[in-house]
Write a protein that binds this ligand. Structure first.
Ligand code: PLP
Ligand code: COI
Length: 364
């Protein structure tokens, strides 16, 4: 963990926080990313001064000059993580230092200020603490969105000399329509997400901006998510618009595309790999091409396929559509291995299953 003296956060609580009964009704069936808590955390960085002006304050709009660098050159990164209310009301985060580390890696790739891991964690915990009433119980969670953007007003093309780091939060339920046992994906043969040497491994807004046309196309085809193939050959499976992907083979092993700089190193992906190996399941981080996936789904060599990520957790892929047709994975629903890994992962995250890995971080 990078060390640096921790910042003092000025605490300016919301003057009129949301009443408890209103929070309770917002927590009933929250649509992902639509309902926000009362507060936010902000920290500013300027060249020469470093990180300063840390605040926990009422959530409010930023005042942005039209020349603000992020509006022109998209120098922006973000993270996605969740706080859970476990048994006995205990509040926890899942592997938050991994998010802090990835945030630093994204910042380095995007020529942005380096936020120490301890400060990232302090900021996230401060928001979770002040907005703890917004953490749903049972199957819900509080989705946390730390992000940073270039805030210098300057149109020359170079790294900004000023940044704002912020954390906001929203209570969430399932990312996909509840009650669906498996999702349908669209394989984009036209658009790619990231090329070698590009920003695929960074969690930067620009990657998502470039992916939206393919996601829109997927939605038009009646699909929930888009599957991207590699940029060089349009052949190798990379990842989904907002999730990593795993295949369950007929020998019981898992297969997932390797991290070569073009896909996001998912924390859920890393956890599934460790968890599966702990369960005695072999995992191969090996390239897999789309034609083989289709043939193997037909022959039964691929039994299951699932997507994984903070928002999606572990979600079975049942149906695959592409320019040449459509195929089904297994019986089109959630397979046994997917179900088992999902139950183990969510059990650890929510504290109903013992955590042998030291992944669960309790918030005091
Ligand atoms: N890939 C992409 C493109 C994502 O947006 C996400 C979600 O954050 C993931 C993979 C999964 O990453 P994680 O498991 O860290 O949430
Ligand atoms: C996340 O899982 O945190 C993401 O950023 C993906 C997005 C689909 C919300």
């Amino acid at each position: 963990m990078s060390t640096e003296n921790s910042l003092q956060f000025a605490l300016e609580p919301h003057p009129g926080p949301t009443p408890a009964d209103q929070i309770a009704s917002s927590l009933e069936n929250p649509v992902f990313g639509r309902v926000f808590t009362d507060h936010m955390v902000t920290i500013r960085w300027t060249d020469g001064r470093g990180w300063h002006d840390a605040r926990v304050e009422a959530r409010r709009p930023f005042q942005i000059d039209p020349a603000c660098a992020v509006l022109h050159y998209a120098q922006e990164i973000f993270e996605g993580m969740k706080a859970y209310r476990g048994e006995g009301g205990k509040i926890s985060l899942f592997r938050p230092l991994e998010n802090a580390r990835r945030f630093r890696a994204s910042a380095a790739r995007m020529s942005m200020a380096d936020l120490p891991e301890a400060t990232f964690l302090q900021a996230v915990e401060a928001l979770v603490d002040i907005d703890r009433a917004w953490i749903p119980g049972s199957q819900g969670s509080l989705y946390l969105r730390p992000f940073m953007f270039a805030s210098e007003n300057f149109l020359g093309v170079r790294a900004s000399a000023e940044f704002i780091f912020c954390v906001i939060a929203c209570p969430v339920g399932p990312y996909f329509k509840p009650g669906k046992s498996a999702v349908t994906v669209w394989v984009s043969d036209q658009y790619t997400r990231a090329a070698s040497g590009g920003t695929g491994a960074a969690k930067c807004g620009g990657n998502y901006a470039a992916s939206l046309i393919a996601q829109t196309e997927a939605a038009a085809k009646g699909c929930d998510q888009v599957v991207f193939l590699d940029a060089a050959e349009h052949r190798w499976i990379e990842e989904l618009g907002g999730m990593n992907v795993f295949f369950v083979m007929d020998d019981g092993s898992l297969r997932t595309p390797p991290l070569k700089g073009t896909i996001l190193p998912g924390i859920t992906r890393a956890s599934i790999i460790e968890l599966a190996r702990h369960e005695g399941i072999a995992v191969n981080e090996t390239p897999y091409d789309f034609a083989s996936w289709r043939a193997d789904a037909a022959s039964g060599r691929v039994r299951e396929t699932f997507a994984c990520g903070t928002a999606a957790v572990v979600t079975a892929i049942g149906q695959v559509r592409h320019a040449g047709g459509e195929f089904t994975i297994g019986n089109g629903g959630e397979g046994e291995v997917t179900q088992r890994l999902r139950a183990l992962l969510t059990g650890i995250q929510r504290g109903s299953i013992a955590d042998p890995f030291g992944w669960v971080h309790h918030v005091a």
